[in-house]
Design a protein around this ligand. Structure first.
Ligand code: TNX
Length: 512
């Protein structure tokens, strides 16, 4: 066959030297390489529309590279002797339950590739590994590249599964609004690194970004501006559902956040009755925090929250709703606690599991409430003492909105300057003294958008740091070191260029 063609652009000759992020649990190289051609077929386990869709996702990634439409065909996993040379086999039949929902085993031989997982999500994660094993230029989506390039993957076996169940990224669409198209592009960038939760910070002082039919002014008025006084914007419920479905097809669970009782100027400006004095506030376009509060004790506020959570829960297939709860300096402490206790119950009544920023640990946490650490170790410890699981997002390490250093143009630095290396060299299990690994659901990298106006700005803060968070969340701690990571990271540059992703060329990374 075409196996004797000379590869023009090819992957590393050995699987062991491949540039994967996050680093897999185990890689066993073997001799030879697999070549993707226009004759390649993707065979998928029969009888599963879900797995066929995953096969089509892979085909769509490969089609531009080979310049043909790769067929996705149902097929039982045949014996080795029957397999069609040059093809992929995607299946969960015989998948190993010890790999968990997201684990996979990828067996690459010169003749075929078998991707085996216990669940479809594992197949999807494994496909991200396949992408990263192919030359970066295959991402360029230019059919013109097809004729001259040969797309190879070095042979071997990868067995892989995540260390933590939660590997999240958060985007603040409240301080500056980002379109559905921008959010989808961001989602595509996240899934390449096996991120599995996408936290959307939908409301804040500067804007309310999700339409609530029973309280329409939240968006028509409260969504009409943003930091700096621009026009803002909001998602209709159909827009939000579109984002959720797009994420869901990529095995990314959307976690919507309605921040309360602070960070609520947009709501307080839209409805006078949410204020204790009955007077609507002005829309806010600055970047201060801690000055706004819902009138926590009023029945109107609680019925408002019930309406908002009810509509949001109905639109959200994922199990979680984030209730914010951070920096409520304008709410009296006892009123804050009482309010958080009631809001948790409202979320549960709508069939969802509440998540809140660490301050909610001051309240009485209901069983199942998750606490997101960002600054105060003591509050994470209080949460764990109450039996809660914690998501770790230390601002000094995981905040993607922190400037890289004093010379980089975007972002803030109230917590720290977070270099690419600082953002990589930390471990969730040792980050907070009395928060052991078994209390940690996982990690999340939040991106606040006070200083970010465009998707290019968002990407500049996210890359190259997000892949580090993804690796911290996915890979075994023992295999991680900055010295080897920075080489793998440097190799991602050409992939980002091919994908059109903006990134910061930190001088500490050997960009290839
Ligand atoms: C603190 S982190 C906030 C946000 C800001 C961020 C800026 C957190 C829970 N609250 O309101 O956007 O700092 O870095």
């Amino acid at each position: 066959m075409i196996n004797n063609q000379t590869p023009i652009r090819s992957a590393p000759a050995t699987l062991a030297l491949s540039d994967l992020i996050p680093l897999p649990v185990s890689i066993t190289p073997a001799a030879g390489m697999f070549i993707v051609t226009s004759h390649t077929t993707i065979f998928v386990e029969p009888g599963s529309a879900e797995i066929s869709a995953i096969g089509s996702y892979l085909a769509n990634k490969l089609n531009p590279a080979v310049g043909e439409t790769i067929h996705v065909l149902p097929h039982v996993l045949p014996t080795a002797a029957d397999r069609q040379v040059g093809s992929f086999y995607l299946t969960t039949v015989g998948g190993d339950p010890t790999l968990g929902d997201e684990g996979y085993q990828l067996t690459i031989t010169p003749d075929w590739i078998t991707l085996l997982a216990y669940k479809p999500a594992g197949l999807f994660r494994g496909i991200q590994t396949i992408r990263q094993l192919l030359p970066p230029t295959m991402e360029a989506a230019q059919e013109s590249a097809a004729s001259s390039d040969v797309w190879t993957i070095a042979a071997g076996v990868i067995r892989d599964y995540p260390r933590f169940a939660w590997r999240g990224a958060m985007l603040d669409v409240a301080r500056h609004f980002f379109s559905v198209a921008d959010v989808k592009r961001y989602i595509d960038a996240l899934v390449l690194y096996k991120i599995n939760y996408f936290h959307l910070h939908l409301t804040d002082d500067q804007g309310w970004r999700i339409a609530i039919k029973s309280w329409p002014l939240l968006t028509t008025h409260g969504g009409s501006t943003e930091v700096g006084g621009g026009t803002g914007g909001y998602y209709t419920q159909a827009d939000y559902s579109d984002i959720v479905a797009y994420a869901q097809q990529r095995y990314l669970t959307v976690v919507p956040e309605i921040d309360m009782p602070g960070h609520t100027s947009a709501a307080l400006a839209s409805y006078a009755q949410l204020n204790c004095d009955g007077k609507a506030r002005e829309l806010y376009t600055g970047i201060e925090v801690g000055f706004s509060s819902l009138c926590t004790d009023s029945p109107t506020t609680l019925s408002f929250i019930n309406d908002v959570i009810g509509e949001l829960a109905a639109l959200t297939p994922g199990p979680y709703i984030h209730i914010g709860g951070d920096e409520s300096a304008a709410t009296p402490p006892d009123a804050y606690i009482n309010f958080i206790n009631q809001v948790q119950a409202i979320v549960k009544a709508h069939g969802k599991q509440p998540i809140g920023w660490e301050e909610i640990a001051r309240g009485t946490l209901l069983p199942g409430t998750i606490v997101q650490h960002w600054k105060n170790d003591g509050l994470a410890e209080t949460a764990v003492a109450q039996g809660s699981q914690v998501i770790i997002s230390p601002a000094t390490k995981a905040y993607l909105d922190m400037q890289y250093d004093s010379s980089t143009p975007l972002g803030l630095h109230w917590a720290a300057y977070v270099s690419v290396q600082d953002g990589y060299q930390w471990d969730p299990a040792t980050q907070i003294s009395n928060v052991p690994q078994n209390a940690i659901l996982g990690i999340e990298a939040p991106l606040w958008s006070e200083t970010l106006q465009t998707l290019a700005d968002v990407e500049y803060m996210t890359f190259p740091r997000l892949p580090g968070d993804a690796e911290i969340g996915w890979s075994p701690a023992a295999g991680r070191s900055w010295d080897t990571y920075k080489i793998r990271l440097g190799a991602q540059a050409s992939r980002w260029e091919a994908l059109g992703i903006n990134f910061y060329r930190a001088s500490t990374v050997p960009w290839q």
